[in-house]
Design a protein around this ligand. Structure first.
Ligand code: NAX
Ligand code: K
Length: 488
């Protein structure tokens, strides 16, 4: 599990740890890890040209001490001081003592740099880059240098993942002690490049519940439903899919495609696209409706491709099994009907649908994804999976960390991919996972399947994502098998 903590939490943990260490030791740990990572990226340190962009805080201090270490190994290091009278004094002395220099002309040194260390702001930054830093940041990004962000890309909001002004896009970010939410949530995450964590001994001082959690293969493997010896199709769970319409039969096929690969023992399709479903998937049980007459299910998915035929939504919400509401099902959604339910409800909007539910613009949801998913979960008293380049899953009571899916891929932005996800998630619900786990496991498998399907960097169809799900499942299971062998 990859975990992220808010700035306030990180600062408290740092204070606790610093109280046990000699003055400045923590910054030296950070700088040593940072310099080692830079050396790795450079390959050869001796003779390399390194430029440090230095702001007024400790983030600049880290960069200066790391620069000093690189200078001692023969790199030519120049520091661009963006707040000359507030530069970290110890760091600056270390740099000049090691032979580094202060740049007179930032643009000149950046033009020939091999590596740029962004130490403008870290967790103390807010509100985007200041105007005087903008041209320098642009020159750094426009150069041929590898841009390495110190702790966080400067200009992004650490706690929310929002980017409210200009920020410096990095190729890699070296984070100290813990991930911050912005390193796992878009749009900030996109600015971070490849993120590497340097251990500075913070972990014992961090609380057990993080702000954000991102599942990894091993975590997903532990959550996958597994049929046991005496399972039959009913014990493994039956998922009901109320999707598709005369106008959109394809959504039904894709939702069923996802559902058949999600671990439920059977898939019961209800709606007007039964023929299309059966033609593709003879193993599906089809019924023209209404849902209440279709037979027992352990979870419902309602919404994909319903168009205006949304009559099933209220009926399904009135059932006493877990319900996933997606796409067209979200339009007629009645918050009080959702809140009244005794069984779990999972809403799976994309940014546009979330915006409509919240009564705001789509751009606002995209800019503030974390706040949006939390607000929806609390307003509807439901688990909410907000789709996007980093899909987020929030539980209704807010006590659990929001899960950020690390497995997204831009190839998933294709028609029908949400239908596959809805079916897959519903199937996991029917197989017994809770809404929070089902949503985050499904998002993970779905992203991994898309990566498999587009392995050679080719465009993929949603149907192919469905077809690639067993491969993704197997991949994740292999992680469990490896662990089992390791632990004997
Ligand atoms: N405290 C410590 O000993 C450690 C600190 N660490 C580093 O310290 C960083 C935090 O240091 P600070 O608390 O000094 O904060 P920062 O270095 O992130 O920046 C704070 C300074 O930047 C200014 N500022 C805020 N927003 C700005 C903006 N948009 N543009 C320009 N300037 C802006 C503030 O006025 C303040 O002076 C961490 O991110 C990490 O890099 C690490 O070295 C670990 C140990
Ligand atoms: K930075």
């Amino acid at each position: 599990m990859r975990t992220a903590y808010r700035v306030e939490t990180v600062r408290t943990a740092e204070e606790e740890l610093m109280a046990q260490l000699p003055e400045g030791a923590l910054m030296q740990r950070a700088a040593a890890g940072l310099a080692a990572a830079c050396a790795g990226l450079l390959g050869r340190v001796y003779g390399a040209r390194v430029v440090l962009l230095i702001g007024s805080g400790a983030n600049g201090g880290d960069a200066l001490y790391a620069g000093a270490r690189l200078a001692r190994r023969g790199a030519g290091v120049s520091a661009v001081l963006l707040a000359p009278d507030r530069t970290h004094p110890g760091g600056l002395a270390a740099l000049t003592g090691a032979g580094g220099r202060i740049a007179d002309d930032p643009f000149e040194v950046l033009a020939s740099a091999d590596l740029v260390l962004d130490g403008i702001t870290g967790i103390g930054g807010s509100g985007g880059l200041r105007p005087d830093a903008v041209p320098v940041a642009r020159a750094a990004r426009g150069s041929n240098a590898v841009v390495v962000a110190v702790d966080l890309p400067s200009g992004v909001e650490a706690d929310s993942g929002e980017v409210r002004g200009e920020a410096l896009r990095a190729d890699a970010t070296i984070a100290f002690g813990a991930y911050k939410p912005g390193l796992l949530i878009d749009p900030a995450r996109e600015y971070a490049g490849t993120v590497r964590l340097v251990d500075i001994g913070l972990e014992p001082h961090l609380p057990s519940v993080p702000e954000i959690a991102a599942l990894q293969h091993e975590d997903v493997a532990l959550l996958l439903p597994e049929p046991v010896g005496e399972s039959d199709k009913y014990r493994r769970g039956v998922v009901g899919i109320a999707a598709g319409s005369a106008r959109y039969p394809g959504a039904a096929v894709l939702a069923v495609a996802g559902a058949l690969r999600g671990g439920a023992g059977a898939v019961r399709y209800v709606g007007h696209a039964g023929e299309a479903v059966i033609a593709r998937f003879p193993e599906a049980l089809v019924h023209a409706g209404p849902p209440a007459k279709a037979g027992r299910v352990q979870a419902w998915v309602v919404g994909p491709g319903l168009g205006d035929e949304t009559g099933a939504v209220a009926e399904i919400l009135a059932s006493d099994v877990p319900v996933l509401v997606d796409a067209d099902g979200l339009r007629p959604l009645d918050a009080s009907a959702v809140r009244r339910r005794s069984a779990p409800t999972l809403l799976t909007p994309h940014a546009g649908e979330a915006a409509a539910l919240l009564g705001v613009d789509r751009a606002e949801v995209e800019a503030a994804r974390l706040a949006s998913v939390r607000e929806l979960a609390s307003r509807y008293g439901a688990t909410v999976l907000l789709k996007g380049s980093t899909t987020l899953v929030a539980a209704p009571d807010g006590a659990l960390p929001v899960r950020a899916n690390p497995m997204g891929t831009p190839w998933l932005a294709t028609a029908g991919s949400g239908d596959v996800l809805a079916g897959l998630t519903g199937s996991l619900l029917a197989a017994g996972l809770g809404a929070y786990d089902a949503g985050s496991v499904a998002a993970y498998l779905h992203g991994l399947a898309a990566r498999h399907a587009s392995a050679k960097g080719v465009p993929i169809t949603s149907y192919e994502v469905g077809e690639a799900l067993p491969g993704a499942w197997r991949d994740v299971q292999d992680a469990r098998d490896v662990r089992d062998v390791r632990e004997g």
